[in-house]
Design a protein around this ligand. Structure first.
Ligand code: NAI
Length: 338
């Protein structure tokens, strides 16, 4: 079986880390992926195209699956985030971010973390509806709909059920935003009624921040709104060793795009210092999503083996290896894995 998959290399460290991930994936599936390389972000604007060009969207609509590097969003220029545009265009409504303690990551502040964040990915304060009311006063709308809240909650509960997870934490700030977060919370409770065998707790966002730092091992599946999930994703990455090791996926009913939590890291771009593990683990999630479970497991075992050995770690993990060194170690470990 061969698979066409859309590849957006990304900006900054994107080409370095996605390049490594593609090599590892090709090794794990014996070259059975036909990558459709399409420009996006600065690679597109540099050629006079829009940041999410029609050819990228058309490819994703055709292949239904994408692997994506991080895309730079210039600050305060009015340039709309390509990530937000893509998630809304393809209705990739559930953002999945598994956060797991990895062996050998000495810089991790905690061990025994194995939680999954499920973030609503299409609305909330990231709806992109912002305007100037009068000079000096701007307004950003937080849009929360019953439809989007119900479907992300359903996705999270189904994920928990099918993955053998036991508990769901629904995060909100309905004390301060009783209508918007209240609706999100009510929808999650409505869905929860269909899953009496799963433990459900609700938690205020600020309390979640404290509890995650105090005892992250107590969390299993955590479902949150869009902005909240964005912030908490980086926080959780910090619990287990940083942005270099945490994968992610944007999933809708028809399409899915896999990418790391991290951004384009302009501070280290082009230096060969970027950790390719986060994108490589995102690619493993992608392989599992398309049914290539064995190949996904080979990659995950390879990551564990390389990290446990500790000889080929990038600077973010306290080592001196380059992106290419770590990629070569992963390739050898995939070859060695059954
Ligand atoms: P960032 O995630 O790019 O970097 C934060 C820090 O983590 C930096 O010190 C960076 O060197 C480090 N880091 C990130 N990934 C790493 C890796 N794989 N290996 C080693 N170190 C790594 O976040 P920042 O600086 O806030 O954003 C930079 C750009 O990325 C912005 O334009 C932002 O909009 C964009 N971005 C894009 C995302 C996406 O495409 N999904 C997600 C987050 C940010």
């Amino acid at each position: 079986m061969r698979y066409p998959i859309t590849l957006m290399e990304g900006d900054g460290i994107g080409p370095e880390v996605t390049g490594a991930a593609v090599r590892v994936v090709d090794c794990a599936v014996d070259g059975r992926i036909d990558w459709e390389r399409v420009p996006a972000g600065l690679a597109a604007t540099g050629r006079g195209l829009p940041p999410f060009p029609p050819e990228a969207e058309a490819s994703l609509r055709r292949t239904r699956i994408g692997l994506k590097g991080p895309l730079t969003t210039p600050v305060g220029t009015g340039f709309r985030s390509v990530n937000v545009t893509m998630r809304q265009a393809l209705d990739l409504y559930a953002c999945l971010r598994p956060v797991r303690s990895l062996p050998g990551v000495k810089k991790a502040r905690y061990q025994g973390v194995d939680l999954v964040l499920v973030r609503e990915n299409t609305e909330g304060l990231y709806s992109g509806v912002e305007h100037e009311v009068v000079p000096g006063v701007v307004e950003a709308l937080k849009i929360v709909t019953r439809r989007a809240s119900l479907r992300v909650a359903r996705w999270a509960f189904e994920y928990a059920r099918t993955q053998g997870r036991k508990k769901i934490t629904v995060v909100h700030k309905a004390t301060v935003m009783p209508l918007s977060d209240g609706l999100f919370l009510d929808c999650a409770r409505e869905v929860a009624a269909d899953y009496p065998y799963l433990e459900v707790e609700t938690m205020l966002l600020d309390n979640l921040a404290m509890e995650l730092v105090r005892d992250p091992g107590r969390f299993d599946v955590v479902v949150l709104g869009n902005l909240d999930g964005d912030l908490v994703s980086d926080l959780c990455a910090g619990l287990v060793g940083g942005l270099g090791v945490v994968p992610g996926a944007n999933i809708g009913d028809g399409h899915a795009v896999f990418e790391a939590v991290h951004g384009s890291a302009p501070d280290i771009a082009g230096q060969g210092r970027a950790n390719p593990i986060a994108v490589t683990l995102s690619a493993a999630l992608m392989l599992r999503h398309i049914g290539e479970r064995r190949a996904a497991a080979r990659i995950e075992h390879a990551v564990d083996a390389v990290l446990s050995a500790g000889a080929t770690l990038t600077p973010d993990l306290g080592g001196r290896a380059s992106t290419t060194d770590l990629c070569e170690a992963l390739l050898a470990a995939v070859e060695a894995s059954p």
